[in-house]
Design a protein around this ligand. Sequence first.
Ligand code: SAH
Length: 365
Amino acid sequence: MIAQTEEKERVNTRAEHFGRLFPGAPKFRLKQMEEALFSPLFQSFSDVSNLPLLMRETLVRELPWFAVQEVQVLESAKKDTYKGVVEVQGGKRVETVLMKNARGAWTVCVSSQVGCAMACTFCATGTMGFTRNLTSDEIVDQIRFWEAFLRKSPTLSDSKGEPLSRISNVVFMGMGEPLANYEQVKEALRLLLSYTDIGVTRITVSTVGLLPMLRKLLDDPTWPPVRLAVSLHSADGETRKNMMPSSYDAFLDGLVEWTERYFEKFESRRRHLTFEYVMLSKVNDTERHAKALIDFSRRVGKVRINLIPYNFTGSIYRDSLPGDFARFQKQLEDAGVVVTRRRTMGDDIAAACGQLIVEKNGSVD
Ligand code: SAH
């Protein structure tokens, strides 16, 4: 499945375009161009005066300043969440979300693929199938898109165009499975860490749990130590397989083994690994499921479980009843498991987790 997702449509990155346009250019020119893209001083390649004039002119002609183009921005009633529908090369559309975080700064949720091949039965993106991987530029430009959005918004920036709150966090929790697009996601992380002030502890990559890729990143010296969130959703093998067709019999044992290796390698980063758990009524929120989750967390040592209220996506599932949710959470806490609960934001504009879908006919859900 992974090889297949890598092969479909291949779109060139900005760096590849640059290399083709200026084959003999010294390396620092590419760096200057990348720096300029993330600088608030420039709005176009023509402004980047430290690049030679001819290079600027060629860039203006050959390369768009943004790899994503706005189609539509929706604002939640509370004005704390914005959903952007953006077009990428080839006319495909993805969604990206800007939301206020607990510290009053902004968190950007980025998509990593057009669609998704994982087909999780509770997730709206899972129903649309997989189209193609996004390039590193199409990923980081979702953050540049929101930065520009804040700067041009009269209510979200001051009179000089400085955003009132800054973008402090990035989560890879939009459309797609980031680890099925490993190289481009890694390059996007490198760009963010090189050219913005967003650090490794402010970036979270969320994964369905592709074990070969999780193993690969543990042994990859160029994979940056960003936070990881693994979508566990059930510690009972059968339940997990029903919810997530990418799961299989030996998955949970493999995940326990991987988690042990992660902690061995990064003991100091224990807190930087989270297990996500979307609460579905009577499906994974019973006492038996809580018990399985407690056993799982005992096997892997102290971990954090993030309980996610289910956002309705037209699926067969319903969200946990408040009493069941509370009982489940208490059962875990009583057993000494560290549990947090995710706030739901932007559900009125279908911008909450798992609600991101762009209809195949191009209309926006
Ligand atoms: N492919 C990645 C990113 C997916 S979105 C992954 O699987 O982790 C981020 C989180 O939202 C995942 O944990 C995903 O399972 C969860 N999610 C998907 N649909 C949801 C829904 N309808 N309600 C709440 N959370 C959902």
